[in-house]
Design a protein around this ligand. Sequence first.
Ligand SMILES: [Zn+2]
Length: 100
Amino acid sequence: MAEINDALGAKEYLTEMRKKFDKTMAPEMKAAMKEAINALDLQISQSPDITGDGYAPGTDQIVYDTWHCPNCGCSYEYPDDTHDFCPACGQAIRWPQEDS
Ligand SMILES: [Zn+2]
C-alpha cells in the first residue's frame, strides 16, 4: 500500500475501502465515509471552465471573461474575481498558470 500524503490519495483509499467493505460496513460508517470522500473532493483542485460570450471589438477573438466552478457551476468574473476556492461551495480551483 502506497503512502497516503494528500487528499487524492486519501480519497482513492477510502473509495477502495468503501467498495471492499460495502457488504459488512454499518450504515453509519458508510455515511461517514461518503461525507469524508465528498469533503476530500473539495480539496482536490479542479480546473474551472472559462468562457466568453463576445468578441473583442473588430476581431474574431473571443473574450474569455467568465469562469464557472467545476463543482457547483457558480459563475464569476474572469480574471477580476478569481479565487483559490469557490466562494459558494469551497471547491479548490486550479488556475491554468499554475500548471506550468
Ligand atoms: Zn462552487
